[in-house]
Design a protein around this ligand. Sequence first.
Ligand code: UDX
Length: 472
Amino acid sequence: MRSTNLPNEGESIITSGATRPRLTFLGVGPLGGTYAACYAELGYEVLGYDVDAGRVEKFSAGELPFHERGLGDLVTKNLANGRLRFTTDIEEVAEFGDIHFLCVGTPSRPDSDSADLSYMESCVASLAPLLKRRCLVVGKSTVPVGTAAWVQQLIGRHGDPDVHVEVAWSPEFLQEANAVDDVLRPNRVVLAAQSQWAQDLLEAAHKGVFELAAVEDREVPLVVTDFATAELVKVAANAFLSTKISFINAMADLCDVAGGDVTDLARAIGYDARIGNKFLRAGIGFGGGCLPKDLRALAARGKELGVAESMRFLGEIEDINLSRRAKVVRLAAEMTGRDNGPAGPELSGTRITVLGATFKPDTDDVRDAPALDVAGRLAAHGAAVTVYDPMGMDNARVYRPELTYANGLADAVDGAELICVLVEWEEFRHLDPEALADLVAEPRVLDGMNCLDPQLWSNAGWMYRGMGRSSR
Ligand code: UDX
């Protein structure tokens, strides 16, 4: 940081002369795109930026480059009222913003589990030299602890030494399919700033969130902390959620051998408020663009910082998670009377329908999707696999072109010897087992997310297997 001089008394903290800080969001993927539209909705003037011209073009035309419930209406409305714009011009971004939010992707590096910060580096390096007036650069992307200080150094290296550019941090906690609500009505706001000026500006940027909460008679807890903690909050939260899921999946294995039902077990322990009933759905494990990579990156960063031993359990969490996928393949072989010999399950020629390809329902996102991976594994063991998903077909085809994709549900199940329901889409939860039985070759269903009613399916003549529900 070059200087922490406070503004003179009476001087506005906002340097553009606007009444509220003007906001830019750099990287308009699922994170920055959602933030941009929601903050325009909250009354801010917003400019979204991306190097991906296709994305910017789509947003500018009022179309979404990805699916997110409720986002389309906000984009259309705020483009029309002029508060929301998108650009590929970084100069325009530098000129416009009082606060620049860094929302670029931080995927795993191709050669290691660590986070790849190259998008962040090129974003900051291209923005910094163009900044001509005092402003704040705020990190939102999920990053390894230590990144905020590195961003400040980058700005020092690339920026004009006479321009005061300060770094602050404010992690996000968006859940896909609920992201609009998570931005407008966050369950907490975490802020880390290095001067009172930055703190005031950050609070001005969140005023809309607190005003909405007051109107709706809600509290939004505010945690003001240091850089390291703000960076760690996000990865710690994701690691904890992953731990809950792997814990209940380990209990599912125990239920399977002991003859218990993990869904009853989860319900029963969840009534203890200290445990809570969320994120205890046993099934095929967690996936998506965040939980798996954040878990790996946290373990890698812990190792770099010399606490590998304390982070060792994160590896177990991941192992349990990945072992779900092999378990589904084993169960498929068992259910179809195929060999589970030393060479592994043998499924040659077995016609298997996989229902679900996305990493969870209500999204078209197939990044690190357990369902799609299981479909690939079943095919690799010789099965003739047909996949159907209500929203993820286009993306699934790109990730897994070798699989067969059906035109619709009826087409997908036609002649199947086994149906694997691997994502708990509403459309699948409410399937009619009686009607479906007429379409399949064999009435066998593997309920990978424990989202079906075992009794209903058994009564309709189906062989039913869940994950950790051997008593059913
Ligand atoms: C996650 C975090 O929830 C969010 O706070 C963070 O900002 C980004 O990462 P998201 O990736 O959208 O959000 O997915 P989430 O809803 O958390 O689900 C992650 C995975 O866990 C999915 O594959 C889901 O099916 C699985 N899951 C979730 C379970 O297997 N069992 C559960 O009980 C809950």
